[in-house]
Ligand binder design. Structure first.
Ligand code: EPZ
Length: 417
């Protein structure tokens, strides 16, 4: 299993190119199940493990996927299957997003219940409740959920929590259901807006995607589409935090500042100097960060996916920073690993208090999920001495060519096979 070896303590400098958004590309590619026409999706981080799993999912359901660099063509090969294989769903929970398009088109779908993961239980009750309101019946069988409805009906759905996945699943189901469906208390992440644009390209009418109320006028038959995925705001945020932690100066190219409002404002409070323009963000950090407390919230709040890297930055702050995680119930696994590098972090339930200190020192540590892995990278790049990160496959799920991107910006980071 691959490991990262980092010789820390070098300032990041120069330019880093941001990839297309993993979490926008996944639902958009799955939305190609809504049509038999060819779809072309550009700016896809196609080398990521989760993207490769998505291609396998689409192929297992009957699509043909042709990848050329960051451009992905999804073609029809005949009829689609309505059963997602457990072997794929257990590797990537987002596979459950295939339920919405398949149920709406064929009136029947069988998907394995994804189960929890390191960061939480992650039930799918909000997805299922939405499908029920649209007229689906469900039964559980052998670890799978079978959803059926001769024909889904348009409906007014209010989510009990603005779940990202449930909003996407229901938007896709609504796009292939003739009539007007509204989703209230919808997730507002920029990835919703991107999916909305793709569904419009397919021929549905979409209003308010990316706001708390989405309205979709669906159609029984949808067409093909060509779409360019938005930049990855979490990858961009991770690079900004790594730069701040190493007290460096970098320019992110292909990044969207408007999608990172809460993070940029916390970074400014911590003492970073930030400038941005169309398609770029520049950050310079000259001294130890000031303590800035954060609370994770659904967008436009501080993103849970940057909570761990934020904590890594705060390990060297002046003072005490509180970090509260409200989205997932178990997303502090990185705290103990950071502790192995000398960080002082007290965790109690969903809150952690970080007592900042001058510097961390390198250590052998282990990633437990994508963003915990990103936090360890941030810490390792800033720490004194050598850090070895095991279980790099977690990081590979969400960061494309990360060692090459960071090395070009001055990091000493190598992959050991
Ligand atoms: C998406 O996951 C992202 N994944 C996650 O990114 C991200 O952390 C999360 O949104 C929150 O921003 C993808 O886009 C592929 P949710 P998702 O449904 O859709 C609870 C990463 O690091 N909930 O908004 O699964 C759930 O348990 C990944 O790239 C229910 O209770 O997130 C969680 O506590 C990790 N019932 C909270 O809501 C439901 O039916 C947020 O989940 C659905 C969710």
């Amino acid at each position: 299993m691959d490991r990262f070896i980092i010789d820390g303590g070098r300032r990041l400098k120069g330019a880093i190119k941001v990839s297309g958004s993993k979490n926008a590309a996944l639902p958009i590619l799955i939305a190609t199940l809504l049509t038999d026409e060819t779809c072309v999706v550009e700016n896809v981080p196609s080398t990521l493990r989760d993207l490769r799993t998505t291609f396998r999912l689409l192929e297992s359901l009957g699509k043909r996927v042709v990848v050329k660099g960051s451009t992905v063509r999804v073609l029809s090969t005949g009829s689609l299957k309505t059963q997602a294989p457990y072997e794929i769903v257990k590797q990537m929970r987002a596979s459950v997003l295939a339920a919405g398009p398949l149920l709406a088109r064929f009136g029947l779908v069988r998907v394995p219940i994804p189960g929890g993961c390191a960061i939480g239980l992650r039930p799918i009750d909000i997805h299922l409740k939405g499908f029920e309101i649209m007229g689906a019946r469900r039964i559980a069988d052998q670890g799978d959920i079978i959803l059926s409805a001769p024909r889904l009906r348009p409906a007014a759905i209010a989510l009990r929590f603005p779940s990202v996945g449930a909003t996407q699943n229901l938007m896709m189901a609504a796009a292939a259901t003739p009539g007007r469906t509204t989703i209230g208390n919808a997730a507002r992440e920029p990835e919703m807006g991107d999916l909305g644009k793709f569904l419009e390209q397919l021929g549905a009418k979409v209003h308010g995607a990316g706001t708390a109320k989405v309205t979709i006028e669906g159609k029984a038959k949808l067409g093909g589409a060509r779409h360019k995925v938005i930049p990855d705001r979490i990858e961009a945020g991770t690079f900004l935090l790594a730069c701040a932690a190493t007290r460096g100066r970098v320019k992110l190219v292909g990044a969207e500042a408007a999608h990172l409002g809460a993070v940029l404002s916390a970074l400014k409070k911590a003492g970073a100097k930030i400038r941005s323009g169309k398609g770029w963000i520049e950050l310079a950090m000259e001294r130890r960060p000031k303590a800035v407390s954060i609370v994770t919230k659904p967008y436009p709040g501080f993103p849970t996916d940057l909570q761990a890297p934020w904590m890594a930055l705060m390990t060297t702050c002046t003072g005490f920073a509180k970090v509260v995680e409200t989205v997932f119930e178990n997303r502090f696994l990185h705290a103990a690993e950071l502790g192995r590098m000398g960080a002082q972090i007290a965790v109690s339930g969903r809150a952690a208090v970080v007592a900042g200190q001058e510097r961390l020192s390198g250590a052998p540590i282990m990633a437990s999920d994508i963003r915990a892995g990103a936090a360890l990278l941030v810490a390792g790049l800033a720490a004194k001495g050598r850090t070895t990160i095991a279980r790099v496959y977690h990081i590979d799920r969400g960061y494309e060519e990360i060692e090459r991107k960071l090395s070009r910006a001055g990091a000493r980071l190598a992959r050991q096979k």
